[in-house]
Design a protein around this ligand. Structure first.
Ligand code: 5GP
Ligand code: MN
Ligand code: MN
Length: 339
């Protein structure tokens, strides 16, 4: 795998005067935090900087506090080409949604496109790559780049990096020692971990509660669906979203996955009459990325996603089929005793 030297990538960033940073569609804290951390640093160095994503039009409410410098611009305001285009946390072009064409146009104009990502499934679009699946978050790779650039971590930059770290490591449950050390540096730079956790995971509008009640009531446990292991699944219908922001739905899978009898949790979310996005989560024995790939999606071994089409029952059938003969993660124990 031809990953560009970190030093070469840092040099691209050091000399750039006009930079567009793209996060993936429906950005999470790692995507937006990574883009904003890099954006804030380059902005501070005097570069002209914008941060954007292809969908939805607004920054999710739980991430708005990260954009202290107002770097996020609407997708329509992203110029066709950039002096330097950087994509973060995006494994393939389609993850950029309607901004994918900016990659092609920038390459065609002879300008560099730097891909910074930690997905094993990265397709190496673009011209330069800082891709490392050993990194728990793209924010880890951005921190490496900022160190090479000699950027001092101020509170704003550190907070954006921390948001990516705490989210993608599952609140540091999956963090290497070196990543805990990075977190310590970020806290020393002024991050407030309590505020970060409250903003990112701990705040919902009241309408979240009735939506959650409806969706949890719909949950089904299928004890043998994943090659003898348990599957718990539920679905979120458009009609459940009355007064609920779409990003609130992302929290549902974190509750569903707490079911002890299930190795895999699946939440399918209706995005249109016959269009659904799905989230898969595993506790450790089953590789849900493999199942997501069968469904045309991707992600990580323990957290993956996909888009599917059909009515609810059809999509659930597709999910069951993708999980029926699971790819096991080596070194993991056999099926858990139920209960
Ligand atoms: P989530 O369930 O939080 O939306 O996504 C979990 C993981 O799966 C993330 O790392 C994300 O990158 C990946 N993922 C989610 N949806 C898709 C998709 O449609 N395609 C691909 N390739 N990856 C996805
Ligand atoms: Mn992401
Ligand atoms: Mn990530």
């Amino acid at each position: 795998v031809s990953t560009t030297d970190l030093g070469v990538a840092a040099e691209l960033l050091r000399t750039a005067t006009d930079v567009t940073l793209l996060a993936h569609v429906a950005p999470d804290a790692d995507a937006l935090g990574s883009a904003l951390a890099l954006g804030l640093a380059l902005h501070r160095r005097g570069a002209s900087v914008r941060v954007c994503f292809g969908f939805p039009d607004e920054v999710p409410e739980s991430l708005r506090w990260l954009d202290v410098a107002g770097l996020v611009v609407p997708a329509d305001d992203v110029p066709a080409t950039a002096g330097l285009l950087v994509t973060v946390d995006s494994s393939s072009l389609d993850r950029l949604g309607r901004l994918a064409d900016r990659v092609e146009a920038t390459v065609a104009a002879g300008s560099p496109v730097l891909v910074v990502d930690h997905h094993a499934s990265n397709t190496f679009f673009g011209t330069h790559h800082v891709v490392d699946e050993a990194a728990e978050a793209t924010a880890v790779l951005v921190a490496d780049l900022l160190d090479l650039l000699g950027v001092e971590l101020d509170t704003a930059i550190a907070t954006c990096l921390y948001a990516g770290l705490v989210t993608d490591t599952g609140s540091f449950r999956r963090a290497r020692p070196v990543t805990h050390e990075l977190a310590a540096r970020l806290v020393a730079a002024g991050v407030d971990p309590d505020q970060a956790a409250r903003e990112l995971f701990g705040t919902h509008p009241f309408a979240f509660l009735p939506m959650l009640a409806t969706v949890l009531e719909r949950a089904v446990l299928e004890p043998d669906a994943v090659g003898g292991r348990g599957l718990v699944h539920t679905s979120v219908l458009l009609t459940d979203l009355d007064g609920v922001r779409i990003e609130e739905v992302e929290a549902v899978v974190d509750i569903v996955r707490t079911v002890g009898e299930a190795e895999v949790a699946a939440v399918i979310k209706q995005a249109g009459p016959t269009t659904w996005t799905g989230s898969l989560r595993a506790t450790g024995a089953v590789d849900v990325r493999a199942a997501a790939l069968r469904l045309g999606g991707g992600g990580h071994r323990l957290a993956a996603g996909f888009t599917a089409h059909g009515d609810r029952a059809e999509v659930l059938d597709q999910v069951r089929e993708a999980l029926a003969e699971p790819v096991l993660i080596a070194g993991e124990p056999g099926p858990r005793a139920s209960g």
